[in-house]
Ligand binder design. Structure first.
Ligand SMILES: Cc1cc2nc3c(=O)[nH]c(=O)nc-3n(C[C@H](O)[C@H](O)[C@H](O)COP(=O)(O)O)c2cc1C
Length: 337
């Protein structure tokens, strides 16, 4: 049956952004409808795109694929359960040859669309003799940087489109076998495998235990110059809570019971991991993080009740060395020796 507009669930954008989580438990018995996968792919397709060169491509795979075993061997260990419960995997690739091969046609399509105007200083002769040749002479490493950024935003748009329809997503690392995914799909070197993306109907609650804590707004964003924190508009935080953009922070009540019940259902070990006492205390005192009451209560519960590990002393030195090499002040980020 042909898809109708009324078949497409469509939450408002800001609420969708607020609802988004990385889902790690999917219902293995539910398959996401093909049209919803197609909507997600289309959301990537119509995302902003340098020079309209269309560098982002993807392969959609299900567990019926002949390549499944090879794919499973490439995925990082902590993602194996996720891919096996998901409905579809989307492998996102950045076609670096789009930069070298489609710059001329991409700009030409923009000209035909009315997007390259004399008002903005566009000039055919200059574009063909200066701009495009300069872009096309970029080394592959630079193109790779530029285009993977672009694929990232294409993927982000696909994930949000899924979320707006109640379809869950998570990006997953395939770091176990470098080059393994390109090899599985028989792709030439101009295809950079950018990220793996698992899709499905979440088995966990759609709130997935609450919004994950982030650094504070002021710790990330500045006005005029770095180090001059930007303040959020008056009343905005509460207004965003009201429309569901900011939601209750993780871990919400019942989350650990939910995780344990899911573990039992699939015969996996229950529980979550924890960091050492000193480190949890250090983190809770770090004013950059936007810790609300739920995560503070959880930290206190862990400190009061759990048998916490020790910080491995040798790795502490390694971390100190790496951070120092990068000019990072370790006094705030590492426990005392
Ligand atoms: C590029 C990228 C790669 C990620 N890779 C993994 C992964 O391999 N496994 C995983 O469980 N989560 C992965 N994540 C999800 C992050 O851990 C997640 O975004 C983070 O915990 C914040 O949670 P939220 O997305 O629910 O807000 C990845 C996220 C991004 C952006």
């Amino acid at each position: 049956m042909a898809v109708k507009a009324s078949d497409i669930p469509d939450l408002p954008t800001l609420q969708t952004i607020g609802n988004r989580r990385s889902y790690r438990y999917y219902d293995p018995n539910r398959t996401v409808e093909d049209y919803k996968i197609d909507i997600m792919l289309n959301a990537a397709r119509i995302a902003s795109c340098q020079g309209n060169i269309n560098c982002t491509e993807a392969v959609v795979v299900t567990k019926d694929s002949d390549l499944w075993d090879e794919i499973e061997e490439c995925v990082s260990g902590f993602n194996v359960q996720i891919i096996n419960q998901s409905s579809h995997l989307i492998f996102w690739f950045t076609n670096l040859n789009a930069w070298y091969g489609r710059a001329i046609d991409g700009l030409s399509t923009l000209a035909l669309s009315g997007a390259l105007t004399r008002y903005h200083g566009w000039n055919y002769e200059f574009s063909m003799t200066q701009t495009i040749p300069r872009l096309m002479s970029f080394p592959v490493e630079r193109t790779d940087d530029l285009l993977r950024f672009e694929t990232g935003q294409h993927v982000s748009q696909a994930m949000l489109a899924g979320q707006a329809m109640g379809v869950g997503s998570i990006l997953i690392a395939f770091g176990r076998k470098p080059g393994g995914i390109q090899k599985a799909f028989g792709l030439p070197s101009h295809y950079s495998f950018t990220w793996g993306h698992a899709v499905g109907y979440p088995l966990e609650d759609m709130a997935a235990g609450g919004q994950r804590v982030r650094l504070k707004f002021e710790a990330l964003f500045n006005n005029e110059e770095m180090g001059k924190p930007r303040k959020m508009a008056d009343g905005l935080e509460d207004a965003l809570k009201e429309i569901g953009f900011f939601q209750e922070q993780a871990p919400t009540p019942g989350r650990f019971e939910e995780i344990d019940a899911l573990a039992e259902q699939f015969g996996r070990d229950p529980g979550v991991i924890s960091w050492p006492e000193k480190d949890i205390k250090r983190l809770m005192a770090d004013d950059d993080w936007d810790f609300g009451p739920n995560i503070r209560a959880r930290a206190q519960h862990v400190l009061d009740n759990e048998d916490l590990p020790e910080y491995p002393p040798e790795i502490l030195e390694t971390f100190r060395k790496i951070m120092t090499e990068h000019g990072i002040d370790t006094s705030k980020l590492l426990p005392d020796a």
